[in-house]
Write a protein that binds this ligand. Sequence first.
Ligand SMILES: [Zn+2]
Length: 568
Amino acid sequence: MKTNLFTLFFIVFISVKSQSKYDFPVELPVYLSGSFAELRPNHFHAGIDIKTRGKTGYKIFSLEDGYIQRIQITLGGNGKALYIKHDNGQSSVYAHLEKFSPRIQKVVKEIQYSEKKFEIRLFPKKNQYRIKKKELIGFSGNTGRSTGPHLHYEIRDENDYPINPLTFKKEKLEDTIPPIIKNLFYKQLFKNNEGLYEDPKEGFKKLNFKKLNGKYISDTLKVSGIIGFGINSFDKMNFTNNIMGINEIETFINSNKIFNMDFNKFSFNEWRHINTFIDYASYKKNKLTIQKLFTTSYNPLNMYDRSLGDGAVDLSKLKSMNSEASLSFKILLHDFNRNITEILIPIIILDNFIKTIPKETNDGYLIVKRDKEKNIEGKHFNVRFKKNSFYQNSYLDLTEREKSIKINSDTIPLLKPFDIEYILGDNEITQLYISQHMNNKFNYIGNKIENGFLKASSKTLGCFYIKKDTLPPVVEFLNIQNSKWHSSLKKIKIKGYDNETGIKSYSAWINEKWILMEYDIKNNLFFYDFSDLVNTQNIANNLKIEIKDNVGNTTTKEITFYRKINND
Ligand SMILES: [Zn+2]
């Protein structure tokens, strides 16, 4: 007995200790602008976003002892990011940084100058660069695909699964606001020999609801057959206006739990499958995020408790089990701090239920079988889908013209990119590219030329056009002028952009020596920092920059500027 009590005490002690292991990596009071696993385009958010008062440059500290696992600089994505492997096997990630600590910055610059590249991905050896707990590692920023200054911060377990960093924080963030439900939906579902089947042509129907005694209650639903529910919901926390994700969803028929989805852990292999959790077509067509409270047979996500079944409400089965023709469906939404929102849906079961799957009519549409590759060879274009590019067998609306091809619209999610080949005519090669028409814009997607084809691949269906980019990039010196003195200038600033196909590569030199120009792609800006000390021996300096677009149009500009020789 004594031993048991001691063991129990020990276990409690250990778990409390592990829960409070990490402090936040900032000195600021912590407010979030993004929560763990919240819904983002094509992925679940793998960390939390900590607000930095709308500014950059706040000190960022390592959570724990460890070593640098990865240093990464990319134009998009995480921007400047540091990955630290801790001695307990977990790791932490700090992203969108403005710059690294001087110690790390030195390593980064050496690599950048030796590889003559701004974007780098460096994987140092284990323990090559040790990092101490609370060591300064960098400064908060807004680099990469970030829409405002903040720190994106992740914790990953031993197997590189992201986990909610809030699990480890000593003091909880204040959050008394329960999840918010904006819209409630239902739709008819079917069963086939693979399991639950969702007819892509069958849309979600809206269900009205109102608040009553702190709960939500919907209009009575009179339906038959198999029904699935969908919600449009999110969470909020105190002191911020940002919209965040929910932490857990449960549903019940009367009081039997039939569905549970847990947002506390997922893997990077499956995060793109968010497109099977949300109704992809509504999201793409109407910017409406309907979160499905059921799992169709092809849904590969591991965030559900599969032992409960598929979450669908089979009314014919329920009716034969109960004599009553009515039941109640309940949805519970939890946020991380266990605030709960409850939604009740009274259901009356109608007799005339639909049993069979609606007959698949293709209306001249193209059929793509999920488990087969599909090659479509047309007059002007070929389209090639790899095996298992689709979650389920799909019908595509395909129309080909001389310089464009419509491959459905972007309403069916894809698992793999597919290839588009345009059959080139004689002398029809230079400056051509394939673009995708999206949100009223033409986006360059590729221009590889091979065996008489112009090729590109796309991750989404839609409309594709053959276009020609004849204009070279625009390059403009912003703070440096020809034949002028610039002794006190700390950074050279150059504006550069290409309106059609975008910038593929660039280089710059001072007196023919390569200089590192940092590229801020969101603002079309290039920077050189004079503290890199490339060429300090000359008073007259030649500055040259060359920018290439994606079809090979090139702009080169050069000037001579004067600068006092600095011997510091
Ligand atoms: Zn983030």
